[in-house]
Design a protein around this ligand. Structure first.
Ligand code: PLP
Length: 434
């Protein structure tokens, strides 16, 4: 007799349905209650929803996005060719390879170390190549577990907070105050977008991003020295997000936290090719965990990160790593820095336009983001006005944390023509408005 397929027991309920008129089948699995704490969805899907609604209302409008921080320019030739060769090689007996090392190819780790970290004493064995920084942030959260406390810059990249919420490190959300249990470190123009660390209580983890998404502020050497001292005094671990480090041109702003003496005993750094080489779709990043970084009981953190990577990750794609290696070779590195320079010019065009219009403008010089202040106004209202009047999508600052209220972020990751057109529309609608 043939084996009967296994059929899980399903319950037909009406109580679990979104649309009450339709019966839905529910399992007996309880939802992770932390998802219920998250706000009306991740910021960017909400922006996309509003953009769609606007487009439906104005079908002929050509909407330009200065919103989501995705790249738009093609991957440079030398780098794309390297990936093409790797992909073609996979179709041959000689070029085929299967699983690689979970920590990344040796050459890629060596090349990353040589380019970005050897001068600050880091070793290739401390670098873990991955499918991107966002994924590494999730894996770091998994590694530290739900029992740790967290501080974040306010405003900041929403992934630090949302992943903490999902992990169960927080309480509920309060309008204008954020999630209970998270230490928000306000970063406002009056303090040069650096938190007043004297007012920050001790937490186990401190997420810090420089150049910051969304404010575009790059921390200076003096500020990072203060941050490292703060973490060391309190026995905290910094999770330093350097995803935009290559956008820094100010020599007083370090491109890695490991330029600060003592950081190797209190910091993990994560970085990515996403915004350097247009790898947002290719997926390649890395995380540096120094051997000297220890838990309270003296155990090395790197051993656990290695365990996480070997348990829930199976190594970055062969094709992506070939691209990453090309990015680090002379010709690829040149192409990559030219691409970064192109987006920086976009940022400068946006920065100049908002400044000419009389707005308070921040960022955009060491970062691909321009942070524009609209004091006394709600970010979502400003977002709606700019969308309605200019057919431009921006990102409301309040989506990045309570201290982002009153600001919108404009991203420089657009085609040049679109950036120029966006600037024309802004000038047409807002000239003389201030
Ligand atoms: C600050 C910051 N960190 C990390 C990421 C994600 O990088 P990746 O594409 O490598 O996952 C982003 C992407 O927008 C970001 O803004």
């Amino acid at each position: 007799m043939e084996a009967q397929p296994h059929r899980p027991k399903l319950a037909v309920k009406t109580s679990c349905v979104a649309a009450p008129e339709k019966q839905q089948v529910c399992t007996g699995v309880r939802r992770n209650e932390n998802f219920g704490k998250l706000q009306a969805g991740y910021l960017f899907p909400e922006i996309a929803r509003r953009r769609r609604a606007h487009q439906e209302k104005h079908p002929d409008a050509r909407v330009i996005s200065l919103g989501i921080g995705d790249t738009t320019e093609p991957i440079p030739r030398f780098i794309a060719d390297a990936m093409q060769r790797a992909a073609a090689g996979l179709g041959t007996l000689e070029g085929y390879s299967g699983y690689g090392a979970e920590q990344g190819r040796g050459e890629v780790r060596e090349a990353l170390c040589e380019r970005f970290y050897a001068h600050v004493g880091r070793k290739a064995s401390e670098i873990f190549v991955s499918d991107g920084s966002k994924c590494d942030i999730g894996r770091l959260q998994m590694m530290f577990g739900a029992g740790v406390s967290v501080a974040v810059q306010d405003p900041s990249y929403p992934v630090y907070v949302d992943s903490s919420v999902i992990m169960g490190m927080t309480g509920g959300y309060q309008e204008g105050r954020g999630f209970g249990g998270i230490q928000y470190m306000p970063c406002r123009p009056e303090s040069d977008f650096f938190p007043d660390l004297r007012k920050v209580g001790r937490t186990d983890l401190i997420f810090f991003c420089s150049p910051n998404n969304p404010t575009g502020a790059a921390a200076t050497r003096a500020q990072l020295t203060e941050l490292v001292a703060h973490a060391r005094e309190r026995g905290s671990i910094l999770i330093y997000d350097a995803a935009y480090a290559l956008y820094i041109s100010d020599p007083d702003c370090p491109r890695t936290i490991f330029e600060i003496p003592g950081a190797e005993e209190c910091a993990i750094e994560t970085c990515s090719f996403s915004k350097y080489a247009g790898f947002t779709g290719v997926r390649l990043g890395w995380t540096v965990v120094p051997e000297a970084l220890r838990y309270a009981d003296g155990q090395p953190v790197i051993a656990d990160f290695n365990r996480i990577m070997t348990t829930v990750f199976n190594g970055a794609s062969v094709v992506a790593q070939a691209g990453g290696l090309a990015c680090l070779q002379e010709e690829g590195f040149k192409e990559m820095t030219e691409l970064v320079a192109f987006y920086k010019e976009n940022a400068e065009i946006l920065r100049r336009a908002f400044t000419e219009l009389g707005f308070s403008v921040y960022g955009g010089t060491n970062a691909p983001y321009v942070w524009v202040g609209f004091p006394g106004q709600a970010s979502w209202d400003v977002f709606a006005t700019i969308l309605e009047r200019c057919n431009l999508v921006t990102t409301p600052g309040s989506g990045f944390g309570p201290a982002g209220e009153g600001f919108v972020r404009a991203s420089a990751f657009g085609h040049r023509d679109d950036i120029l057109e966006a600037v024309e529309r802004l000038k047409r609608e807002f000239r003389g408005a201030k």
